[in-house]
Design a protein around this ligand. Structure first.
Ligand SMILES: CSC[C@H]1O[C@H](OP(=O)(O)O)[C@H](O)[C@@H]1O
Length: 384
């Protein structure tokens, strides 16, 4: 068992997911998370030895972003299996940590199914745990491969949509390596354009209230050497009106079967602005974010978060998403706040959805289902 477990540990280089890694320690395996609430001021690591600690990290957005939540969900089940915790209980805790990003439930369920199949195949619990960890690692690698494919397909699409290159791209929230096994989703497309000398400007929405854009996308764009400019969410309208945006690139947390896209709040207004100003609005997400079991956008559960994230500034340490009262009040005490974490963009406002299997445009129910079934012919994607 030990050598099999060690072998499963060796399959992915440590640190290949900068924001999350599995680590073997004398006291047993742990999940090491880069605390995204503390970025960009501090690179602080959180060590999770059990699933409740991981659930707390997910709920407080110490670890966040749809694809990474899927990876975390899978490793969380593996952590429970290897440490001998109740796997079914751990899976349920993870499934209910955050409701909107389908990837979390997908990753958790994939690992849980691997564990339960191993037990049904009469493997011992230790061997079943090793199989579960191997499944989490496989999901982790697949996400990295998907990220590379999305970057390729997304860059090709941009070249078609914006002839002449020199793209001025507006993005919202954070969709880079911090949320992925690879370079991310929408940000990975911007990175590919940058490396090809085609990214003239990356416009970065600050993304209130937790400022994923100002804190995390700016952090990643700076590290990549991109020409980027931060703007308040409210300034996006005048930027479109000035003709300074060639395309919008955003991620997704759940894509319903009709092509409706749930993404960070503020995405829907960008889609309306893009339509009004005849600018392509492109969603970049792995097929693991498409949820064909959710028929339409109206059926997507949108996470409602605590009002103090709006009424207090909490982005300085102890970090975004901190407990109520630990931030700097900006509204009178007792102020109630409307704080949906996401909004839903209808398919008719989406120019294209880019996945590792290829691109669907226009976005239709049939086109999306076909894309989920496997790589488009000539899309260059490996079998998913
Ligand atoms: C490409 S997944 C990143 C996705 O997740 C973000 O939400 P959160 O920061 O609350 O996890 C946002 O919707 C991004 O588009």
């Amino acid at each position: 068992m030990a050598d099999q477990f060690a072998a499963s540990m060796a399959s992915v280089e440590p640190g290949s997911v900068p924001s999350l890694r599995w680590e073997e320690r004398p006291e047993g395996p742990v999940l090491v998370l880069l605390d995204q609430r503390r970025l960009p001021a501090e690179e602080v690591e959180l060590v999770c030895t059990d699933v409740p600690a991981l659930v707390d990290a997910i709920r407080s957005l110490a670890v966040r972003g749809a694809p990474l939540l899927g990876i975390a969900g899978a490793y969380g089940v593996a952590l429970a299996a290897v440490r001998g915790f109740d796997v079914a209980e751990a899976a349920e805790l993870l499934a209910h940590a955050r409701p909107t990003a389908v990837n979390l439930a997908y990753g958790m369920q994939r690992a849980r199914a691997a564990y339960e199949k191993a037990l049904n195949d009469r493997l011992g619990r230790e061997q079943a745990a090793a199989v579960t960890l191997a499944e989490a690692r496989a999901l982790h690698r697949e996400d990295a491969e998907a990220s590379a494919r999305m970057a390729e397909h997304g860059l090709t699409l941009l070249e078609e949509l914006v002839p002449g290159g020199g793209f001025r791209v507006l993005t919202h929230c954070n969709t880079g390596a911090l949320v992925s096994g690879g370079e991310g989703t929408a940000f990975a497309v911007a990175g590919a354009a940058h490396r090809a000398g085609q990214l003239r400007r990356l416009w970065v929405d600050e993304t209130r209230p937790l400022l994923q854009g100002a804190r995390l996308t700016a952090y990643e764009a700076a590290r990549a050497g991109m020409a980027y400019t931060l703007l308040t969410d409210n300034a996006a309208g005048s930027l479109f009106a000035s003709g300074e945006v060639d395309a919008v690139l955003i991620g997704a947390d759940r894509i319903a079967a009709d092509g409706s896209v749930a993404n960070k709040v503020g995405s829907y207004p960008l889609a309306v602005l893009a339509r009004y100003h005849h600018v392509p609005f492109v969603v970049v997400a792995p097929v693991s974010t498409v949820d064909l079991a959710t028929p339409a956008g109206s059926a997507i559960e949108v996470e409602q978060r605590a009002g103090h994230e709006v009424t207090e500034f909490t982005v300085v340490p102890p970090g975004a998403g901190a407990e109520p009262g630990t931030g700097v009040p900006v509204a009178p005490l007792g102020t109630t706040a409307y704080n949906p974490a996401f909004d839903v963009t209808p398919p008719e406002l989406v120019t294209a959805i880019v996945t590792e299997h290829g691109v669907v445009s226009p976005v239709t129910r049939a086109g999306l289902a076909e894309l989920c079934a496997g790589p488009q012919q000539g899309s260059g994607s490996e079998p998913g």
